[in-house]
Design a protein around this ligand. Sequence first.
Ligand code: GLV
Length: 310
Amino acid sequence: MSIVVYLGDAEETREWIGLLSRLMPDHEIRDFDDPGQLSAVEYAVVWAPPRGGIARFPNLKAVVSVGAGVDHVLRDPNLPKHLPILRTTGPDMVQRLREYVALHVLAHHRELATTDASQARGEWRQIVTPVAGRRRVGVMGLGNIARACARTLVDLGFDTAGWSRSGRQVDGVTVFAGADGLPAFLAQTEILVCLLPLTPETRDILDSRLFAQLPKGARLINAGRGGHLVEDDLLAALDSGRLGGATLDVFRTEPLPADHPFWGHPRIRITPHIASMIDAETGASVIAENIRCFERTGASDAVADPKRGY
Ligand code: GLV
């Protein structure tokens, strides 16, 4: 019985095949593009697989997403509907995202871009920012990983709010729920952190209508998905001063095309989808364990709900 791997990058795929082969010696681990006997494939470990690719394997037991999000699997119109999809999360990934959120919220809070620009001009310019307790940060999405990030912001002393569909409570965080709660959440958010899953309801949610409800000069950090953001609306909001800056980890097209206007924009900081990027060794061991658990029990905490989209 075999497991196929697709990561979009041949070298990375080879590395993961090597790691999974060592961790799962009872399975043959193969390249998705060189799968051998199609009927022998039981699991597909993938990131953004090509459309129609998964449907080639008639005896697949589950698709394994190399990441917490499953939108890159669900976007395939030929994906067999019955297939369970396992997400990859775990303490390592949570810790990485906590670090990313803390780093970039603090960078906006302490006006790091302005200080960097002053240094580039050789200018001694002291900026006094409010203490964290007087800075209102809002986290959109309150799943497992986002809840940990919101708690990190609370621990740093930020006045932290959260918004989600269900409004599940998080210690120390003021939680707003659903469409009705969104305007009040936005009206008080100076630094907005998007950690939502990409679903039909959240696609394009970061648009000019939403930006108009934030305090003038608010900052945006998007570590959700590129599909959340209406790119032209962001450019217009930055150019008009409605938003004061943005940090973007995810993009509608990845890698971000070389001629994209975000690259050279003075108020946009770009990171190349690395907010919670797991190292191959840790990722492979989490995935091997998730597959083993799924084999044993036919279920797993990691199984996503395709109807919900995460
Ligand atoms: C990263 O984007 C993930 O889905 O884990």
